[in-house]
Design a protein around this ligand. Structure first.
Ligand code: SF4
Length: 385
């Protein structure tokens, strides 16, 4: 039967169809095709310090990291890979620069994938046949990780600098060498520290190949700047359906990278939203301390795993409207807070009781959501004044 439009406008949930990419398997995590966009990070420990590296991987795993990369600059690091790969509960990718012998060591160690940088591995092109054979025999995917800071000297000379065209040509050239040996178990990154160049490079790459793409703004900077750069660049690409796995690079603990990555995906509806606090920025009309209220509610609901949306609004201008749209909300004014659950005012409490009432009601809703099997996200809180 044909659906009849009743003229009710629909709200889009996604900005674009996902680009059709081939799918590869990085250990237990599928990347590309219709697999959800995954979030990854990289350890900052010496890989040879197995205990410290596994500890950091455990922290990353707990924060939602799905794939982790470890550096491998020395033989001691290469020797540690097998134990780390075996004991990690998420797939481990070895990150190889300069020394091709470590590519083979990583494959032998059972790493879920190997990242190679064709720009700085000595005579990389001559090694591709052997790498393709070893990786193909072991079923290990390869990430061709081109980076503006270490672009192939030949292309640097040809283009003068790391332009989008140069980054793309480097990546596709290396991919073509693997293809000559029948190896296509590849994902690609073309990172640049300038989001404008980076976005253009990935757009060109996406148009010219069907390999899954690992997004990254390289050397994005300290947490604040790096978060903005990554959100802008990933947002521009993911909103066009481009990108299969993401790594936010911050000069900050890797767990922070995961938090930012997950938030970017949730913001674009590429992952179920977890706790979402909808709070207003406050203004001269505010009748409560919105910042304090938002912080206290957020802290009180920390760790919830259901997709709860909580609106904390400080005045009656947008308060009732936002509070009604959320699972739970408060609209404040005149020293009181109207508490909304699923759009209905369930009670009015004095200002001093707003936080505890919201938390109490949130726990009740979360319990019901868990009973109903809605437990794959976190709650969402809207805060407005
Ligand atoms: S909800 Fe009220 S206090 Fe908050 S920004 Fe809007 S008008 Fe200002």
């Amino acid at each position: 039967m044909t659906a009849i439009s009743l003229g009710i406008p629909t709200v889009p949930t996604r900005l674009a169809e996902r680009r059709k990419s081939r799918q590869i398997q990085v250990g237990s995590v599928a990347v590309g095709g219709d697999a959800p966009v995954s979030v990854q990070s990289m350890t900052t420990t010496r890989t040879s310090d197995i205990g410290a590296t596994l500890q950091q991987i455990a922290e990353l795993t707990a924060s939602g990291c799905q794939i982790v990369r470890v550096a491998c600059p020395t033989q001691d690091d290469a020797d540690a890979l097998a134990t780390i790969a075996r004991k990690s509960s998420i797939p481990v990718i070895a990150d190889i620069h300069f020394q091709p012998k470590y590519v083979f060591a990583a494959i032998d160690a059972g790493c879920a994938a190997v990242r190679v940088n064709p720009g700085n591995i000595k005579q990389f092109d001559d090694k591709v046949k052997e790498i393709a054979k070893a990786a193909g025999d072991a079923g290990t995917p390869i990430r061709i990780g081109v980076n503006a800071g270490s672009l192939d000297a030949r292309l640097l000379k040809k283009y003068g600098k790391a332009t989008p065209e140069a980054l793309v040509e480097s990546a596709l050239w290396e991919a073509s060498l693997f293809e000559e040996h029948g190896f296509r178990d590849i994902k690609i990154s073309v990172k640049h520290n300038d989001p404008v160049v980076m976005v253009e490079a990935y757009r060109q790459l996406a148009a010219q190949s069907d390999y899954p793409l690992h997004l990254g703004v390289t050397e994005a900077g300290p947490a604040f700047q790096g978060t903005i750069k990554s959100a802008v660049a990933f947002g521009a690409l993911l909103s066009q359906g481009i990108g299969d796995t993401i790594r936010v690079s911050l000069s900050a603990p890797p767990v922070e990278e995961i938090k930012v990555g997950i938030q970017i995906l949730e913001s674009l509806n590429l992952r179920q939203r977890r706790l979402e606090i909808v709070s207003c920025p406050s203004c001269g009309r505010a009748q409560v301390d919105v910042y304090k209220l938002a912080e206290e509610v957020t802290a009180g609901l920390d760790g919830m795993t259901v997709p709860l949306r909580v609106a904390v609004m400080g005045c009656v201008v947008n308060g009732p409207g936002e509070a009604r749209e959320a699972d739970l909300g408060v609209a404040s004014g005149n020293g009181k807070g109207q508490i909304f659950v699923k759009g209905e005012v369930i009670k009015t409490v004095p200002e001093s009781k707003i936080v505890e009432t919201l938390i109490e009601e949130a726990l009740k809703i979360a319990e019901q959501m868990e009973k109903d099997g809605i437990a794959s996200g976190e709650p969402s809180v809207a805060i407005g004044v």
